[in-house]
Design a protein around this ligand. Structure first.
Ligand code: GTP
Ligand code: SPV
Ligand code: MN
Length: 656
């Protein structure tokens, strides 16, 4: 309702008038009135174009046109012709260039100031701060999300949006998270002035005409995005990439299901269906409706006996979700299929079984480290219809990034993501940005699960939590029960990565891999997870914690990872099957000696003792850190059950 019609703003009932949103609408109305007096584009010129839209969509578009003052408007139909046009526009503007080595693949190089999610500029707007974030201890900076008051949102919008699309086209992007028409799916409409966002949303979501048909007169998540560079430009663009990093802001209003983002054209800041909708707004809807919106991959795995199970796994950004979701198992007889690589919406069906859908339609995957050796499936997926962003290119029209050295012909020259045309390793700088990405259709994945678009979702048997833990954390352990598992998720930590603006290598708390993506108070989120036990009389998925990233004293990974991770999944399957392959230890249930299938790895000198060692001093420190984090960051909002579980862990560690 930030965008609600000026006239209808005067007709609201008292309850509504009291809500957060009313204040915001009034503000918008003010801005709009003012803008109408300015050089407002003639909405009448656009009437014909928006005539076929539902009243609700038309109202939303009308509001935003008045506010942003675009020079044209385009309703996206999702057709091939439309995409061709967009690519053409971007190529002419110098935003993308073709990669002739592949089929319909493109390279975008951004302003180096706009390369990742900006967590510090991402906000949830609620009247009451406590709804959004737990009250941190006095004098401590809250790390579980950023809150913005409705008043401050008003100001932020006022300072940025009036006239922000001048000279540009406003694209109306209708999209569905989840297969169009599925009862589990939800619809959003993103208004954006970035053709790059439109082309990417076409891959990452189901986008276009069919969505408007499915929407009819219903409500939708309202998303407004602008790169914040009205024409004529006030200063020159860098790499022809419009953005305004100094004034970037990404805001969410759960109460009215609105997302307003300004200043960045990149990834999670601008493809608003992904983190903003599917996780932040999604988690608030899920809480109300009794389900879970999580930062999780979904994979299907069939063992040599032909038994197929589905596993969901939450790892923080750049910690291995895409790789696990598409893994090529090294053990003979195993088959892995991919349902999704980043987000899972999980709901109980009428029989009480937890089922998951992948609300996305594509992969926005980390490029560096991806190769025929580590992830051949991803390499095959990206050979056509892919937009690469901030990777390096080769003189034969292909792509390059760290990890592709062995697969790149020797006689080509490499142009780095920064445009250094004669890049070499000796420069000491990476060829591709560490957060460079491919944006590619999920349907092209050679191991996409035939069930991946099943409107009912797939039944989840196990949930994995994990992160980058160079020290102390074993390759795998299982939680004793659901409640213990929720504590394990809450206690997750991981080395920072380039996916956001953090300094790498610091071990950060990242509960449930959701720290940047909670749409509401983390304490309430924990309560919601704990409540799952009461929502079904069927067994819940078993919970595990994995760590592919333990290192030796020289800093080398001691587990080969990637396709070899199937050995860990094999143990998970055995546990799901009820096999007697686990033994209780202080942190949870560990594999019994020799229950982890190591066939074929005999020559690799893998130090299993080290992989599973539970150092007492490390864990004492770990528990102390987690306790401090819970006390300082979650305080009164921490459910007792979680505090109790942590105490129990402490007692078990004492006995080591
Ligand atoms: P987001 O898209 O940011 O959410 O990342 P993600 O969780 O999907 O991570 P991804 O699978 O893209 O992996 C990130 C980086 O970790 C890549 O450089 C991978 O090569 C590397 N990686 C993934 N799996 C493993 C593993 O099992 N072992 C090791 N050593 N590295 C891995
Ligand atoms: C992540 O950071 O977890 C991503 C990339 O998947 S982004 O879309 O930028 O959020
Ligand atoms: Mn992700």
């Amino acid at each position: 309702m930030v965008f609600s019609d000026i006239t209808s703003a005067n007709n609201m009932d008292t309850a509504q008038m009291k809500s957060v949103i009313t204040e915001v609408s009034e503000m918008t109305a003010e801005i709009n009135k003012r803008n109408l007096d300015l050089e407002t584009p003639n909405l009448k010129d656009f009437q014909g174009k928006i005539a076929s839209l539902s009243l609700k969509v038309r109202t939303f578009v009308g509001e935003c046109v008045r506010l942003c003052q675009p020079s044209d408007i385009h309703i996206c139909d999702g057709s091939d012709r439309e995409l061709k046009n967009l690519l053409n526009i971007m190529q002419k503007a110098g935003m993308i260039e073709p990669l002739p080595k592949y089929n319909n693949c493109w390279l975008a190089r951004t302003d180096p100031g706009d390369v990742a999610r900006v967590e510090s500029k991402t906000f949830i707007v609620t009247k009451d701060r406590r709804e959004t974030i737990p009250m941190p201890k006095k004098g401590v900076k809250g790390l579980l999300g950023n809150w913005l008051s409705p008043d401050d949102l008003k100001t932020a919008i006022q300072e940025r949006f009036p006239g922000c699309m001048a000279g540009r086209t406003m694209y109306v992007v209708p999209y569905s998270m989840g297969p169009v028409g599925s009862p589990l799916s939800k619809i959003g409409i993103e208004l954006t002035d970035s053709p790059y966002v439109v082309a990417s949303m076409r891959t990452m979501t189901r986008m276009g005409e069919s969505v408007l048909e499915a929407l009819q007169d219903n409500d939708f998540v309202k998303c407004l995005h602008s790169v914040g560079c009205p024409l004529p430009l006030k200063k020159n663009l860098v790499n022809n990439w419009p953005c305004d990093p100094e004034r970037t802001i990404v805001t969410h209003i759960p109460e009215t299901k609105e997302i307003i983002s300004f200043g960045s054209g990149y990834g999670g800041n601008s493809l608003l269906g992904k983190k903003c909708f599917a996780l932040r707004i999604g988690s608030t809807i899920a809480r109300k409706e009794g389900w879970l919106a999580e930062h999780m991959l979904i994979l299907g795995i069939t063992n040599p006996k032909g038994v197929k199970k589905y596993i969901a796994a939450a790892f923080p950004s750049a910690c291995g979700k895409t790789n696990l979701a598409m893994m090529t198992p090294s053990l003979p007889g195993y088959k892995v299929v991919c349902v999704g690589d980043d987000i899972a919406w999980m709901k109980f069906d009428e029989d009480g079984i937890l089922r998951a859908i992948n609300p996305e339609n594509g992969f926005f995957g980390v490029a560096p480290g991806t190769s025929m050796h580590t992830n051949p499936v991803a390499m095959k997926t990206v050979l056509s219809n892919t937009i690469f962003t901030n990777v390096a290119k080769t003189s034969d029209g292909g792509v390059f990034w760290e990890g592709l050295e062995k697969e790149t012909p020797n006689d080509v020259t490499i142009t780095s993501w920064l445009g250094d045309t004669n890049w070499s390793k000796e420069s000491g700088k990476p060829a591709a940005h560490p957060n460079s990405r491919f944006c590619t259709p999920a349907g092209q994945c050679p191991i996409i699960d035939p069930q991946w678009e099943d409107p009912k979702g797939v039944p989840i048997s196990a949930i994995l939590f994990g992160g980058r833990r160079p020290e102390g954390v074993p390759l795998i352990y299982e939680a004793f029960n659901w409640r213990h598992g929720v504590m394990v998720g809450a206690a997750m930590r991981s080395e920072a990565t380039a996916a956001a603006e953090h300094k790498a290598k610091v071990i950060m708390h990242d509960p449930f891999a959701m720290r940047p993506f909670f749409g509401y108070n983390f304490g309430h989120y924990l309560q919601h997870w704990l409540s799952m036990e009461e929502r079904t009389d069927k067994p819940l998925p078993q919970i595990f914690h994995v760590n592919w990233f333990r290192k030796d004293e020289k800093g080398h990974f001691i587990w080969p990872g990637f396709g070899e991770n199937v050995r860990v999944l094999d143990w998970v399957l055995q546990r799901i099957d009820g096999n007697n392959v686990g033994e209780e230890c202080a942190v949870g249930i560990l594999p019994k000696p020799s229950s982890l299938n190591m066939e074929g790895l005999e020559n690799q000198n893998i130090d299993l003792d080290e992989l599973f060692r539970i150092p007492k001093d490390f864990w004492q420190q770990e528990i102390e850190d987690i306790e401090k984090y819970f006390t300082e960051q979650v305080g009164d909002d921490l459910p007792n059950e979680i505090a109790e579980e942590l105490k129990k862990l402490g007692k078990r560690i004492e006995k080591l």
